[in-house]
Design a protein around this ligand. Structure first.
Ligand SMILES: Nc1ncnc2c1ncn2[C@@H]1O[C@H](COP(=O)(O)OP(=O)(O)OP(=O)(O)O)[C@@H](O)[C@H]1O
Length: 301
C-alpha cells in the first residue's frame, strides 16, 4: 500500500504538484494519468525521494528514507536511459544486486524474466529504447519489491513487448504487490489498470476504479436503428427522452436504460432493426475530466 499525503512541489511560482493526496492499494494495477505537464514524473520523483517537496509518501507505513533496504521494498523505473552506457546489462544488474545484498542467482532470473539473458554481455549504450526499458524493469524487480513504480514502461516497446508488460503487471498485482504505472496510452491503461489516479495541473482529479471513473465522466447512450426514425424521434421527444439523430440515421438516446427504450419502441409501434448500449471509453472520460486542467493542448484541426 502506498499512501500519499498533501504532496506538493513548487518550481518558482509554479505548483508542479499541488497537495496531492491518495492511496494506491495492493493487489491491483493502478494507472497514473494526466495531460502533458500535469506533474506525473515529478510526483514519481518525489515519491522516491529523488526530488524534495512538501508532504509525505509512505510505503507500507514507512517513508522511503525509513526503508531498511529500499531495493527490496520499492522497485522503480523512471528513466530507462539512466544507465551507464559502457556497462553491460549483467554488470548493471550485478551492481544493484550487490548494493542490496541480493544473490547473483536473482540477476540471471530477472534477465531471463525480461527477455535479456541472451544479450547480457552487451553494453547498455547499444540497446534500443525497448531493450533499455526491459533492463530498467529488470532493475526495478530485482529485489522482488512489494511496491512497483513505473513511469511510461511501454515507451519504446513493440506490440509483443506491450503485451508482455501487461501480463507482467497483472502477475505482480496477482502476487499482492502494489503496482503504480504512468502511461500516455489511454487504450493501454484501459486494458491494464484496475484503478486510476488522474491529475491535472498538479492537482488530484480522481482516484478510483477505472469503471467508476468512466461512469462518472461520461454518459451511456442507447443507439436505435429503425425504419421509422423520424416518427420514433418525435415520439421519444414527446415522452421526455433526450434523443438526437446521428449522421448515419441511427437515433441516440441519452440514457443507459436499454429496456426503457425497447419498451418505448413497442408503445410507439415502430419496428426495431438494432438496439444496443454504447459505453464510453476511458479516452472520452479522460478528456471530459481533464478538460479544465490541460496546459498543453493542440488546437482542433
Ligand atoms: N526541473 C524542473 N524545473 C522547472 N520546472 C519543472 C521541472 N520539472 C518539471 N517542471 C514543470 O513541472 C510541471 C510538471 O512536469 P512533469 O514532468 O512532472 O509532468 P508530467 O505529467 O510528467 O508530463 P509529461 O506527461 O509531459 O511527461 C511542468 O509544468 C514542468 O514544466
Amino acid at each position: 500500500m502506498i499512501t500519499i499525503r498533501e504532496l506538493t512541489k513548487r518550481y518558482g511560482d509554479q505548483l508542479a504538484v499541488d497537495q496531492l493526496t491518495c492511496t494506491i492499494r495492493p493487489g491491483v494495477v493502478t494507472g497514473f494519468l494526466g495531460p502533458n505537464g500535469a506533474g506525473k514524473s515529478t510526483t514519481m520523483r518525489l515519491m522516491l525521494g529523488l526530488d524534495r517537496g512538501e508532504g509525505e509518501v509512505r510505503f507500507g507505513g514507512r517513508t522511503y528514507r525509513e526503508l531498511p533496504n529500499p531495493v527490496r521494498s520499492v522497485g522503480a523505473l523512471l528513466d530507462a536511459r539512466a544507465v551507464h552506457p559502457g556497462r553491460t546489462a549483467l554488470q548493471h544488474l550485478r551492481m544493484i544486486a550487490a548494493g542490496a545484498g541480493i544473490p547473483e542467482q536473482r540477476v540471471r532470473e530477472v534477465l531471463a524474466a525480461v527477455g535479456l539473458d541472451d544479450v547480457r554481455f552487451r553494453r547498455a549504450g547499444g540497446f534500443s529504447l525497448g531493450m533499455q526499458q526491459r533492463l530498467g524493469i529488470a532493475a526495478a524487480l530485482i529485489g522482488d519489491p512489494e511496491h512497483v513504480i513505473l513511469d511510461e514502461p511501454t515507451n519504446g516497446l513493440d506490440p509483443e513487448g506491450v503485451r508482455w508488460i501487461r501480463a507482467l503487471l497483472r502477475n505482480l498485482a496477482d502476487e499482492g504487490k502494489t503496482v503504480f504505472v504512468s502511461s500516455h496510452l489511454l487504450s493501454e491503461v484501459a486494458q491494464l489498470a484496475d484503478d486510476l489516479v488522474v491529475i491535472g495541473e498538479g492537482k488530484l482529479i480522481a482516484a478510483e476504479p477505472v469503471r467508476d471513473f468512466i461512469a462518472a465522466h461520461t454518459r451511456t447512450h442507447v443507439v436505435v436503428r429503425t425504419p421509422d426514425a423520424d416518427r420514433f424521434q418525435e415520439w421519444l421527444r414527446a415522452n421526455g427522452f433526450p434523443v438526437a439523430q446521428e449522421d448515419d440515421g441511427a437515433l441516440r438516446v441519452d440514457s443507459g436504460d436499454v429496456d426503457a427504450v425497447s419498451a418505448a419502441a413497442r408503445r410507439a409501434g415502430v419496428a426495431i432493426r438494432e438496439l444496443h448500449t454504447r459505453r464510453s471509453s476511458l479516452e472520452d472520460a479522460f478528456f471530459n475530466a481533464t478538460a479544465d486542467a490541460t496546459s498543453y493542448r493542440g488546437e482542433a484541426a
